[in-house]
Design a protein around this ligand. Structure first.
Ligand SMILES: C[S@@+](CC[C@H](N)C(=O)[O-])C[C@H]1O[C@@H](n2cnc3c(N)ncnc32)[C@H](O)[C@@H]1O
Length: 349
């Protein structure tokens, strides 16, 4: 059985996906006390705390490193000074573990706009660092909606392979997404938080967008009036995500790690209500026996910070087939230094 470590583990979204695909977790790290508590209740182990304080030698042997790490700028990115480029960042702590253990595969996850962060320098530096450590790297933007889940959530995924094998994202099997209405709770009506009719406005003839979302209306909520052009007041309401209402016939926008009040409003069966917490966890692919521990606000933050499990599971399956299968042969013959910041339109000066 292939072994993995779960860094920046949060509530273990990465872990569930890899365990479902038949891998074994041998180490986890997470700094947030509430996330660690939830992790303990669901996996019977407390992750080790701050990654910056881990002695890399104490981590047991493993094949795959998983990390959905916070995005920070690198100060002197692109100067090709190896670890000097990334010192003082949390990615530095990942790279230290990679350098010492040299796992077969490294998988990193980050937000959609990671590729644009610091004008591309952040992604370039991450790829360069892995290349310099001997890894062949590939990255892509993946959307949860392509893995059966009715959430429009794009994330940057980076896959590094020590055996000079390119990971082909095109081979990931896509699953037709359900509709939002297919994942709603029907047996929890007493906990539904409905809006009164005077609290919202529905638009006529809502249309499904390419993303799968059907914007159905907005809450008649605190609108900014100063500086608004005449007759555009409703737009200022509409442009605030927590004021938007989406139809359950479509998909749902990205659940956010910043949203601790759970202001996710849906139109279902002619009524407008908030998604329940369990529905939010279902939108990330968490099973219904996943234990939700602690305050509602923290549970909303945690779910918005996590990763969509069916997407992870498919990555895990493909990593096995494409990178770990004993019949896999190298298909990338360039020297590790081949990846250059010039590929991102940047210069070394
Ligand atoms: C984007 S979230 C990853 C969530 C995870 N993939 C999941 O399924 O829930 C990043 C996580 O990194 C954790 N983190 C931030 N700084 C850390 C540190 N110094 N050491 C360990 N964990 C840290 C945060 O608390 C947060 O839970």
């Amino acid at each position: 059985m292939y072994k993995f470590i779960d860094l920046f583990a949060g509530i273990g979204g990465f872990r569930i996906g890899f365990e479902r695909a038949g891998y074994q977790c041998v180490f986890s790290s997470e700094i947030d006390s509430h996330a660690r508590e939830m992790y303990f209740h669901n996996f019977s182990e407390y992750p080790v705390g701050d990654i910056r304080e881990i002695d890399v030698k104490t981590i047991p042997n493993f094949d795959i490193l998983l990390a959905g790490f916070p995005c920070q700028p690198f100060s002197i990115a692109g100067e090709k000074k190896g670890f000097n480029d990334i010192r003082g960042t949390l990615f530095f702590d990942i790279a230290k573990i990679v350098e010492y253990h040299l796992p077969k595969v490294v998988i990193l996850e980050n937000v959609k706009h990671f590729k644009n962060h610091d004008r591309g320098k952040t992604l370039a530096t991450v790829l360069n660092t892995l290349n310099n450590l001997g890894y062949t790297t590939n990255w892509n933007l993946l959307n949860a909606i392509n893995f059966g889940v009715p959430q429009n959530r794009e994330r940057t995924i980076i896959v590094g392979c020590l055996d000079k094998i390119e990971f082909d994202f095109n081979k990931l099997k896509k699953i037709k997404a359900k509709k939002l209405k297919d994942i709603l709770e029907n047996d929890n009506q007493e906990n539904f938080e409905y809006l009164k009719e005077e609290e919202y406005t529905l638009i006529t003839n809502p249309k499904q967008q390419l993303s799968g979302l059907i914007f159905a209306g907005y809450r008649n909520k605190n609108i900014r009036v100063n500086g608004i052009r005449p007759d555009t007041k409703h737009l200022s309401r509409v442009h605030k995500q927590p004021n938007r209402i989406y139809s359950s016939e479509g998909s749902h926008p990205t659940l956010s790690s910043q949203e601790s009040a759970g202001r996710y409003y849906i139109l279902h069966d002619g009524k407008v209500r908030k998604l329940t917490l369990r529905e939010c966890y279902r939108l990330m692919g968490f099973p219904d026996d996943f234990k939700l521990i602690g305050s509602k606000s923290k549970l909303y933050n945690r779910v918005g910070n996590s990763i969509v499990i069916p997407m992870v599971e498919e990555i895990a399956n493909q990593v096995k087939q494409q990178l770990l299968n004993p019949n896999c042969t190298p298909n990338h013959y360039h020297s590790p230094q081949q990846m250059s910041l010039f590929d991102f339109g940047l210069s070394y000066h």
